[in-house]
Write a protein that binds this ligand. Structure first.
Ligand code: TRP
Length: 348
């Protein structure tokens, strides 16, 4: 008997330069899953255009994310790496899910409410229809492959719940047809969030209560994956901190958002626990900790940035990798889509 290998799917939007939050919160966690799961990692370009993207930037960022995946240790032979728009079935299933999901479900999505402005979404006339339907396309990304696990951060948990709601409703509404096709169980699995290691939510270097983001007004608050060594060091050394020295235990970081953030970054980059880091640095001041963190960050990120530069400079090679990934993705997607068309009642 063949062993069952669970399938995971995840994606990153090409809508800005990659930063440390993307790396520690997502990409770095994708890598070890290659040993235990069948892994599909997508550059979700169709999600990116839910807000305006300059076409040239979109293309550049798409290559950049694919390069970051590979430079960080994803093996394009092992993992399926591709950009979403090359597998048209995402759009097709996304449409079907638009007809399964309810408007009320979408209205409850906090990410949409944030982007559409205000609780009541006062600004919703100004945002694209695609932004509203975004979670239903995300459900299609995952369920097109019947993926059972999705490694994502906390901010995506609500979208994962909605993915399960869509799967449940589809399984329920089409129960008879699903049985008729010979399935004695549900057609779509109920996908779980995959949590690997301590949850890393990387915060701004200037405000420990704000998420690190590409849209921060201050360039000093965000470390980009393509930053050079000097820039990384400078940003860490100028990061906002409190005047106290580091505590000897994790509990001592409570109420010290900036300190907690820098220690968590160190722990993630070193593959250590917060307690291990504090066992080494507890009692030290920032004058000792920051240079150590800067050295560590540079030693991890610089080789990745170097490899990313090499890869994005070789578009022919990148195109080959993305095309091959899309072919392998479609080999899984096409038979599923064929069944889904039958289930829904489309003449084929
Ligand atoms: N919504 C995710 C984000 O903003 C990106 C995404 C799109 C995604 N489709 C996905 C993540 C499918 C995981 C699985 O970060």
């Amino acid at each position: 008997m063949m062993a069952f290998i669970p399938r995971v799917f995840s994606g990153i939007k090409p809508s800005g330069d990659l930063h440390l939050g993307n790396y520690l919160g997502a990409i770095r966690r994708f890598v070890p899953l290659q040993q235990t799961h069948e892994t599909i990692y997508c550059v979700v370009d169709m999600h990116a255009i839910t807000v305006w993207q300059e076409p040239e930037d979109l293309r550049r960022w798409t290559y950049e994310i694919a390069a970051a995946y590979i430079a960080s240790g994803l093996d394009p032979k092992k993992s399926i790496i591709f950009n979403q728009s090359q597998v048209v079935e995402h759009a097709e299933l996304g449409w079907i899910f638009n007809c399964v999901a309810r408007v009320g479900w979408m209205m409850r999505m906090t990410q949409f409410k944030d982007k559409a402005g205000g609780e009541g979404g006062e600004n919703s006339e100004a945002v694209s229809l695609g932004l509203f339907a975004y979670p239903s396309l995300m459900a299609a990304d995952i369920l097109l492959y019947k993926a059972t696990g999705v490694p994502v951060g906390d901010d995506q948990k609500q979208h994962l719940e909605l993915t399960r709601d869509i799967a449940k409703k589809f399984n329920h509404d089409f129960r008879k047809q699903i049985k008729g096709l010979g399935f004695d169980e549900d057609y779509f699995p109920l996908t779980d969030t995959l949590v690997t290691g301590p949850a890393t939510r990387v915060m701004s270097l200037k405000d420990g209560k704000k998420k690190m983001s590409k849209s921060d007004a201050s360039d000093m608050s965000t470390i980009y994956m393509m930053d050079d060594a000097d820039t990384i060091s400078k940003k860490i050394k100028r990061a906002t901190t409190d005047p106290e020295s580091l505590p000897t235990e994790a509990a001592g970081l409570e109420g010290r958002a900036e300190a907690a953030n820098l220690v968590a970054i160190y722990a993630s980059l070193a593959d250590q626990s917060v307690d291990q880091v504090l066992a080494e640095f507890g009692g030290s001041g920032w004058g000792k900790f920051k240079p150590a963190l800067a050295d560590l960050a540079v030693s991890v990120l610089s080789p990745i940035a170097g490899e990313m530069r090499r890869l994005v400079g070789d578009r022919a090679e990148m195109d080959k990798i993305l095309r091959d990934g899309a072919d392998r993705a479609r080999a899984i997607a096409i038979p599923h889509m064929d069944e889904i068309r039958q289930i829904v009642g489309f003449v084929r």
